[in-house]
Every structure is written in C-alpha cells, then in structure tokens.
Design a binder for this molecule. Structure first.
Ligand SMILES: Cc1cc2nc3c(=O)[nH]c(=O)nc-3n(C[C@H](O)[C@H](O)[C@H](O)COP(=O)(O)OP(=O)(O)OC[C@H]3O[C@@H](n4cnc5c(N)ncnc54)[C@H](O)[C@@H]3O)c2cc1C
Length: 394
C-alpha cells in the first residue's frame, strides 16, 4: 500500500516512521527547505511519569509509546522539576512538574532519518498546493525544486497543521477565532531558575491564553505568548506588541532578532469523516488547557497507521480514544475563558485561597481526567462566572 504524508512535523514524521515499519511504501513531503527548521515552539514535553495519574490509561500508554520512540539523551536539553504559575502580578506558587525541554528540530530530524533509512522517501522544499480524489486514489499537485508536478497514492495523511490542505476531502469542520491561539516564540536570556518552568496568566499580556518561560538549563529560555484568535485579530494591541510587553515586564533579553509566530487549534478535535487521514494540529489534537501538541500529534499518527493496518475507520478510532478526553479539556478551557480575557476577573480570582487555585490550575495544566478535578471545577464554575459577571456590572 502506498501512502503519502503532507507535512513532516511531529505528526507527519511519526506517522511515516510507524507506517514504514508496518510495510507501507511511504512518501513524506514538507514545504520547509531545512530538515528540520525553523522551530516555533516552547519545546516542553512531559516526562513519562508526569501525567500517568491524570490521563485516561489508554492515552497515558500512547503518550509513553511516543516518548519512548522519540526521546534520546541527545535531544533532551534540560530537566524541569517545578511549574510556577503567575496569575496577573501574583505567583500562586509552584508544584512538582517533572518535564523536559527538548531540541525539537533534532528530535524530528532523527525520526525522519530513521524513517528514511527504513525505506521512506523524504521530499523537503515540496509544497502540496491541492488534492483531489482520483478514483480510488488521492492526487495532489506539488510544487518542488523542479517545478509543478502531480503525485498520487492510495492513501493520504494531512499532517500539515490547521487548516490542512486536505481538510476539504474529509469535510472537516472549521474553528472560529476563539478556538485558535496565535503563539509567539523567541529565545531569550534572563534571571529564572533553571529547574522551574513559569507560565503567566495575565490578560494584559496574553488575552485568552498565557505567556511562558521554559528554561533551557544554561540561563537561556524558550519564551513566548499565546493570544486567542479573537483578541489577536481584533484586539487593540498587536500580538507583536503584546510579546514585547511580556519580554520587557520580565526583564528578558531576546537572543533572536525575529519573533516567530504560528496559529494552533485549541477547540478540540475537528469533525471529519472519509478516507483521508488528518493527524496532529490538522485534526485539532492540541490539548486545549495547556497548548501541548507535539505528542498528541504523534499519537494521532499512530492511531492513523493502526486503523490502516487493522482495516478500521480512523475517525471512529480517534474519537473513541481521544474524543471524551478532548471534550472535557475544551469544557475546562471554556470554564476558564472569562478569566483568561479579563484582568479584573483575575484580580477577583486572587481572593480565593492560593492552595485551591494552585490545585485547580495544576489539574487543568495536567489535563486531568480525575473525578476529583471535575468535582472541584464544578464547584468553582459558578464563582468563576460570577467573577466575570462582576466585571460586566462595573
Ligand atoms: C509558539 C508555540 C509554542 C508551542 N509550544 C509547545 C510545547 O512547548 N510543547 C508542545 O507539546 N507543543 C507546543 N506547541 C504546539 C506544537 O508545536 C504543535 O501542536 C505540533 O508541532 C503539531 O505537530 P504537527 O505535526 O501536527 O504540525 P506542525 O508541527 O505544524 O507541522 C506541520 C508541517 O507541515 C508542513 N506543511 C504545512 N503546509 C504544507 C504544505 N502545503 N505542503 C507541504 N508541507 C506543509 C510545515 O512546514 C510543517 O513542517 C507550540 C506551538 C507554538 C506555535
């Protein structure tokens, strides 16, 4: 069976590796010219143990599978021990957070190299400009170093982020601006603890999202902000201005001139059905409460290949494994939305006891599926709504 994969990020490259190992004849294409750069990412991954108590066991097992397959000691840059959460101007304290900062470019390059060694054909500087169904096959127009051409395959994977070039072939639902995050990325130096990641929930800096500092272990950090689409495109300040405000407020010194940015989906899985496989950001697999998308992209790639080898419908498999979990994470994100956009609501939230806030935010960041989390957030929900309602009254 021949398989073409559009996009060689975490989702596409991992799909290629899984598929080639199952005997598929794989062509992996990416529009980037460098294997694999540039990187627009915080590069933070959970350790294998971090989420085991929080995630449903099937998802936890799949996460461990992707970590085992892709993490070698030479791609891990730093080990993080704690996460410090700052709400507005106030730290609500840190909690244990065993996680890793990785060299994402090197990690993806290794996966692609192994897939290639095991038989995949890899084409960089190759942009897929459109795809159609051509009888039982998929036919895509491709622009490469040698000009325009067509490529056909019996199966196709859209791993080219959101919205995918192939989304029309599976009737994929669209996401509105509130379900998208425009995120920036810039390497910077500054005085932060090398073992502590920091996230800052402050609507004045990152409306609808959060800012982050993920230490690389040498006094430099991966930094950025995530701003919700509606605030990014209709807000009074540009995302670039907000990024600069954040850099200045935390006395960070940029080490790269350019501020790179990219849009990611945070509205949960898109609805799709048909014979083309959307994986990773293309299918909306980013965890809506924390913006993590690297391993979820790989997991969806594995599920796509599993469905091909088992002869079962991919979307049914995806929605049964991931659907309830992702729905819960979208609900949690929506619950927090009134606060994420409104600084006055943040100030009122800070009147709650810090240990309670820390536990609620820890569980949201961990993507907790525990019954105790639902219970706690269920109790907090009316208070959170009243915080925002209080703001509307003022
Ligand atoms: C600023 C920022 C920080 C982030 N931080 C983290 C983090 O710390 N941890 C984490 O887990 N996640 C993080 N994420 C999310 C994570 O980066 C993504 O969810 C993840 O990379 C998705 O993988 P993917 O393979 O689906 O898509 P991508 O990584 O976006 O890869 C898509 C690939 O498709 C290629 N492509 C696109 N269109 C075409 C085309 N038409 N033809 C050919 N090729 C094409 C692109 O060049 C790209 O290589 C962050 C995202 C951003 C923007």
């Amino acid at each position: 069976m021949d398989l073409m994969i559009v996009g060689a990020g975490p989702g596409g490259s991992f799909t290629a590796l899984e598929a080639v190992r199952k005997g598929f004849s794989v062509t992996l294409m990416d529009k980037k010219s460098a294997r694999y750069a540039p990187i627009i990412c915080g590069e933070l991954l959970p350790s294998k143990g971090l989420l085991a108590d929080y995630l449903p066991s099937r998802i936890s097992d799949l996460l461990a599978y992707t970590l085992d397959a892709t993490l070698s000691s030479d791609v891990v840059i730093n080990r993080i021990k704690r996460l410090n959460v700052i709400l507005g101007d106030v730290s609500i304290g840190s909690f244990p957070f065993d996680s890793l900062v990785v060299d994402k470019g090197a990690m993806i390059r290794q996966v692609i190299d192994v897939a290639e060694e095991e038989g995949a054909k890899v084409l960089f500087s190759t942009t897929v400009t459109g795809c159609i169904e051509d009888g039982p096959r998929i036919k895509c127009s491709v622009r490469g170093r040698d000009g325009e051409s067509f490529i056909t395959a019996s199966k196709a994977v859209g791993a080219d982020a959101y919205p995918s070039t192939l989304s029309g072939l599976v009737g994929a639902s669209g996401l509105g601006p509130q379900d998208l995050i425009v995120a920036t990325s810039q390497r910077a130096a500054g005085k932060f603890d090398d073992e502590e990641a920091v996230i800052i929930m402050d609507p004045r800096l990152a409306p609808g999202g959060y800012a982050w500092v993920f230490p690389r272990g040498d006094g430099t950090h991966n930094t950025g902000i995530g701003v919700r689409g509606d605030a990014a495109w209709r807000g009074s300040a540009s995302v670039l201005d907000l990024h600069k405000r954040f850099i200045d407020k935390f006395s960070l010194r940029p080490l790269q001139r350019a501020v790179l940015s990219k849009t990611i989906p945070v509205g949960g899985l898109v609805k799709a059905g048909g014979s083309v496989y959307l994986v990773g950001d293309a299918v909306g697999s980013v965890i809506p409460t924390n913006g993590a998308g690297i391993n979820p992209a790989m997991i969806t790639g594995k599920l796509a290949v599993d469905s091909m080898t088992q002869g079962i419908d991919y979307y049914s498999l995806l929605y049964s494994v991931f659907g309830p979990f992702m729905k819960r994470m979208v609900d949690y994100r929506r619950l927090a939305d009134p606060i994420l956009y409104d600084h006055e609501a943040v100030k009122r939230l800070l009147k709650f006891p810090k240990p309670l806030l820390r536990t609620a935010l820890r569980d949201a960041v961990m993507g907790s599926s525990k019954a105790s989390t639902s219970f706690m957030l269920g109790i907090l929900s009316p208070f959170i709504n009243s915080l925002a309602a209080g703001q509307r009254r003022h």
